[in-house]
Design a binder for this molecule. Structure first.
Ligand code: ADP
Ligand code: MG
Length: 319
């Protein structure tokens, strides 16, 4: 197929810096520019006034290989959303080349572009974006419906869709919540469903936009722990966050400023599970309990032992 165009010349410089035998990058961006034209046609303009051009991205080079866990940081207005939209094939750059899993996206027609988006990218949003009147299982099955005949893969049968969705929910620790509706799940559990939905089609990478933005500290740590677990299994994750605290759990941090990539450093590699355990311990102490469940101060015997079952235990009260 023409869409499986081999990496063009733009791939060469990066291939040189990669260790010999490395697989080609999942993401290869070269000279990405995105300009928004304000004014002009349809806008009122003073005589002789030029349309204003906003240069949201001004020549970004970025590549990521399979198995990476990258956070994208930068102040408001630096171009993170613009870069995310291009990475996610929701938008095309004004200039530059972007090859995703070996497919050159900038030259693809709109059908192929939509196919790449549905097939190659798993999206996770701040607001979960689950369908309310649809169970967890049905939400996760949904992306598998978009596989259309005539494309490289066969569409899934109803049975395959169900089996794959169940397996994805099991991976995120929600096997006991498959028939729950979003309103019957905590925020953290809803985000787990969204992550299962992002993974179910076996995308080239997961693109997460402020995935902990609507979650409290404990749930945020659980989600970062889940991402670390999935990344440990080889999943490639790109996450936009403006919180350095969460970027510390990723392996690599890139920073944008004024539409340019100004830094690309290794992450701290903090362990979210450990951090969560510490957080729970501190919290238990604050509440007058010892972490082991035995009462220390306060009213002995009135509290049940702390249960630590992120996502798999008893139902939490719906928010
Ligand atoms: P961030 O997500 O880091 O806050 P954005 O990518 O949203 O940054 O925006 C980068 C720049 O591009 C900003 O100056 C913003 O005002 C501008 N911009 C973003 N989207 C549009 C648009 N649709 N039309 C015009 N300007 C835009
Ligand atoms: Mg933004």
């Amino acid at each position: 197929m023409t869409e499986a165009t081999a990496l063009a010349d733009s791939a060469a410089p990066s291939a040189e810096v990669l260790p010999a035998g490395s697989p080609p990058p999942v993401i290869l961006m070269r000279g990405i520019r995105r300009e928004y034209r304000m004014g002009g046609r349809g806008h009122r303009q003073a005589k002789g006034e030029d349309a204003v051009v906003v240069r949201a991205l001004r020549g970004v080079d970025f590549s990521a290989s399979a198995g990476e866990f990258v956070s994208v940081m930068g102040p408001s207005g630096s171009g993170k959303s613009t870069l995310m939209n291009i990475l996610g094939c929701l938008d095309k750059p004004s200039a530059g080349a972007y090859s995703l899993d070996g497919i050159e996206t900038s030259q693809s027609d709109s059908d192929t572009f939509a196919y790449i988006r549905n097939r190659k990218i798993g999206f996770v949003f701040q607001s979960f974006n689950l369908l309310a009147r649809t169970t967890a299982l049905e939400n996760v099955e949904l992306p598998l419906f978009y596989r259309r005949p005539g494309k490289p893969e066969k569409p899934y049968s109803a049975r395959e869709r169900r089996d794959r969705a169940k397996a994805a929910l099991r991976e995120v620790g929600l096997e006991k919540r498959m028939d729950h509706y979003p309103s019957q799940l905590s925020g953290g559990q809803q985000q787990r469903v969204a992550i299962a939905r992002a993974m179910v089609g076996d995308p080239a990478f997961i693109l997460a936009d402020e995935p902990t933005g609507n979650l409290d500290s404990e749930m945020s740590l659980e989600i970062m722990g889940l991402f670390q677990q999935l990344n440990g299994q080889g999943k490639t994750i790109i996450m936009v966050t403006h919180e350095p605290e969460f970027a510390a759990y990723t392996k690599r941090i890139i920073t944008l400023r004024d539409g340019m990539l100004v830094s690309d450093i290794a992450g701290e590699g903090k362990n979210a599970q450990e951090e969560l355990a510490r957080w729970k311990k501190d919290n238990a102490l604050l509440n007058g309990k010892t972490p082991g469940g035995g009462a220390e101060a306060g009213e002995p015997g009135t509290d049940e032992p702390g249960t630590d079952e992120p996502g798999t235990g008893e139902p939490k009260e719906a928010a």
